[in-house]
Structure formats: C-alpha cells, structure tokens
Design a protein around this ligand. Structure first.
Ligand code: NAG
Ligand code: NAG
Length: 208
C-alpha cells in the first residue's frame, strides 16, 4: 500500500513538473541580464534551432584582414537562455583579431583551417600564447584580453564557442582609437605618446 502511494505521488509530481525546455528569443523584445522574452512555443519550428550564418566566410577585405561572424543570441535567437553561443573567425595571410575581451563569456576556439597564433593575458599579467593547427582547441577565460592572428602565409579559419548567449566584444584598440575618448585623456590614462594616439585615431576613425 505504501509503495502504491509512493508511486502515485511520484507519478503526480512528474506529470506536474513543467520544465521549460527552451526560450527562443523574441528579439523584437529587449535583452536583459536573463535574456530576451520567449517567442510563443507554438510558433517555434525546427528552423529556429539551426543557423546557416556561419557557412559563408566573412569579408576579410579590411584593416585587420580578418572577420568575426557572430552567432550570438541577436543572430541565432535559439541560444537565448542556454548560456552558449558561437562565432566564425576568418583570417587572411596578414589577419589579426586585435586584443579584445568578451566581458560576459569564456571562449573555446577550434581551428578548422590553417594555423593560428593565439594568446591571452591573465589578471596576474602572465602571457599565455600557443600556435594552433587544424583540430586544436584553446580556451580563453572570461573577461581576459586575448587575440588571434594568422601564423604562416595561408588563410586560417576557426570557430569559437562562448559560455554565454551574449558574450559581448570589446576590442582594445577600437575602444581607444575608434571612439570619442579625448586624446589628452588617452595620453594621461595609457601613457601613450599623443602623436601615436592621433595617428591611430586617424587610421581607426576616432575623434576628440
Ligand atoms: C568586402 O568588403 C570590401 C570593403 O568594404 C568591399 O569593397 C567588397 O565589396 C566586399 N566584398 C564582398 C564580397 O562583399
Ligand atoms: C561620446 O559620444 C557620445 C555619443 O555621441 C556622447 O554621449 C558622449 O558624451 C561622448 N563622450 C565624450 C567624452 O565626449
């Protein structure tokens, strides 16, 4: 008798447990620390869970000879609330993804073509650098400054997976020299030469 009551209560608790399996983002809503609001489940289809946006190489005709194509929640709404996302990196022979951080995520990089020299600087100012070949992985802990650059003379491709649907991306040189951070204050806060600051601003489009 006790067993029957136990089984019955177990059954009732399982049938009442409503797990929300997914929350495909309604990106017309606004992003919050806990993600976007959900699209109604009745309108979600298989297509929501697949993403074609990383098939094509990014355009590397630019100053860094490289491209980062994101599959973050804004591009791939199905990752909303799942604590992960992805990106594709295309690097030309002179390609570099300049020093940058993802304030919201750790990164796992998988090289799928060519060779990439990548590294990060820890909070203790220790530098960790590896040259990676096809099939190799490297991790970049959350928030730390890191970079990727082509090693050798051939194009390289890598895919990155992030531990957040919204990893964020802040590129150090763009923050300094493509913004309206004033030259006197950059000089004061970085100890860089004002001539160099102005030169980099003219290249990257900064003002102030
Ligand atoms: C790549 O970007 C360059 C510079 O913006 C542009 O001139 C070129 O048309 C683009 N190529 C493709 C295939 O979109
Ligand atoms: C930089 O530009 C933004 C947007 O135009 C403005 O809100 C901000 O106050 C500016 N910052 C400085 C330091 O001029």
């Amino acid at each position: 008798m006790i067993q029957i009551i136990f089984l019955l209560s177990l059954f009732l608790s399982i049938s009442n447990a409503s797990v929300q399996d997914f929350c495909v983002a309604d990106i017309k809503g606004s992003d919050t620390p806990s993600g976007y609001p959900c699209k109604p489940a009745s309108t979600v289809t298989s297509d929501d869970f697949a993403f074609e946006g990383l098939i094509a190489p990014g355009n590397i005709t630019n100053i860094i000879n490289a491209a980062v194509t994101p599959a973050f929640v804004a591009q791939f709404p199905a990752v909303n609330g799942l604590g992960l996302s992805a990106a594709r990196l295309d690097l030309g022979p002179a390609g570099v993804i300049p020093l940058h951080t993802h304030p919201g995520a750790s990164e796992l990089l998988v090289v799928t073509q060519g060779h990439i020299t990548a590294g990060f600087v820890s909070s203790a100012n220790t530098v960790y650098i590896k040259t990676l070949k096809k099939g190799e992985l490297m991790v970049f802990p959350q928030g730390l400054l890191h970079f990727q650059a082509t090693a050798g003379k051939r194009n390289a491709v890598a895919f990155a997976v992030f531990s957040s649907a919204s990893p964020g991306l802040q590129i150090l040189d763009f923050a300094l020299f493509a913004s309206n951070f004033s030259t006197p204050l950059i000089t004061k806060t970085t100890f860089l030469d004002p001539v160099l600051v102005k030169k980099l601003k003219s290249i990257l489009g900064g003002s102030g």
